[in-house]
Ligand binder design. Structure first.
Ligand code: NAD
Ligand code: MG
Length: 334
């Protein structure tokens, strides 16, 4: 898809209309010379607010769910942009596959992509159907095609089937977001079972390898591959020995693959979150007693909400960042 002419106001209006009512209203407003204040009032995420107090701060209620957990059962429920993300046609007509698209960071990316005009396939585990159904409804409300493909990505055969189904039902693939992840806190290397170590490696390193390898034959110049790494790749906490190694591997995935795929015009970037309020953390990702103070050690003193990192996934996928590859885009709270 060529969007070189996005600066053309007429074309932007058309694309805005394609992206659904909300985006269309945004574009219409822009064409009628809205004041910046009027534009901001309709875009809650972009309102000028103090980042320290813009979202819930510690202490949080101590909570624990069975893995893989549901966003809808967290207190407070995370903000994935359901009410606050406003699109502007930046991914008009693109086709995206997002793993872990049911909850947390992947869900925020899915909502943002749909509101930016993309059709979106999400992968998740069957136990997460309840969260996934909400995401499907939100993508459809944005006027886009939603494809739900539950299944376990620690199985290489399923990873290949996942890509085939996404390509078939979306009619192609322009954006791949390797975002699903597994994280279990353990005080010592001696407390990590072989099974848990294996699950962490398979989910965080093998699955992106299997999925990306299967997806590449379907991707053309201009396509974008994104992997969710983490701030722990640079500064590993002592309780995340195995997980931190996988996130460092995710950074190298982006940097090394970017070199291989440059000559095909395919970009590969990583997004590195700091602490975000998602199910991953309350299913054993942190010790349960650490949840009340989760995110308090950042500059802003609170965890990020998934919607606050969605713009980086949009930027990495959009042609606006076409000179960026092998990069790590961070949202760490400082
Ligand atoms: P999340 O629990 O909402 O998302 C993780 C998703 O991974 C789950 O929804 C699930 O669908 C998927 N998943 C896990 N194992 C799977 C399997 N075997 N098969 C299929 N799907 C599976 O939590 P999140 O925090 O949004 O996590 C998304 C990504 O962000 C992960 O890669 C994680 O490592 C990364 N990350 C999170 C934080 C944070 O603080 N929340 C910080 C840095 C990086
Ligand atoms: Mg989930």
């Amino acid at each position: 898809m060529n969007d070189d002419n996005l600066h053309d106001p007429q074309r932007r209006m058309v694309l805005g209309g394609m992206a659904g009512g909300v985006a269309a209203a945004g574009f219409a407003g822009a064409a009628q010379a809205q004041t910046p204040e009027e534009a901001a009032a309709g875009t809650p995420l972009a309102e000028m607010r103090d980042p320290q107090t813009a979202y819930p701060q510690p202490p949080f209620e101590e909570q624990r769910q069975e893995w893989p957990g549901l966003a809808s059962e967290m207190t407070p429920v995370p903000d994935h942009g359901e009410e606050s993300y406003r699109g502007s046609g930046r991914l008009a007509g693109r086709r995206a596959l997002i793993t872990g698209g049911d909850s947390g960071i992947g869900r925020a990316a899915a909502i943002a992509y749909a509101r930016e005009g993309a059709d979106v396939a999400i992968n998740y585990l069957p136990e997460e159907e309840q969260d996934a159904k909400q995401v499907v409804a939100l993508i459809e409300e944005a006027g886009r095609t939603a494809v739900a493909i539950p299944g376990d990505i620690t199985d290489p055969a399923f990873c290949r089937e996942l890509v085939e189904r996404a390509v078939e039902e979306l009619g192609g693939l322009d954006i791949l977001v390797n975002n699903a992840g597994f994280q279990q806190s353990a005080a010592s290397i001696e407390d990590i079972s072989d099974e848990n170590f294996d699950a962490t490696m398979k989910t965080n390193i093998y699955a992106p390898f299997w999925i990306t390898k299967a997806a590449l034959p379907h991707m053309e110049a201009g396509a974008s591959i994104i992997i969710t790494a983490s701030v722990v790749a640079e500064d590993p906490p002592e309780n995340l020995f195995d997980y931190s190694q996988t996130k460092a591997a995710n950074v190298i995935f982006a940097k090394a693959l970017a070199k291989q795929l440059g000559s095909r015009g395919i970009r590969v970037n990583a997004v590195a979150p700091g602490p975000f309020w998602t199910p991953l953390q309350v299913v054993g990702g942190q010790p349960t007693e650490a949840i009340p103070e989760f995110g308090s050690d950042t500059v802003f003193g609170r965890p990020g909400q998934p919607v606050e990192i969605a713009p980086l996934y949009v930027l990495a996928a959009s042609a606006e960042s076409r000179y960026s590859t092998g990069q790590v885009f961070e949202a760490t709270g400082g």
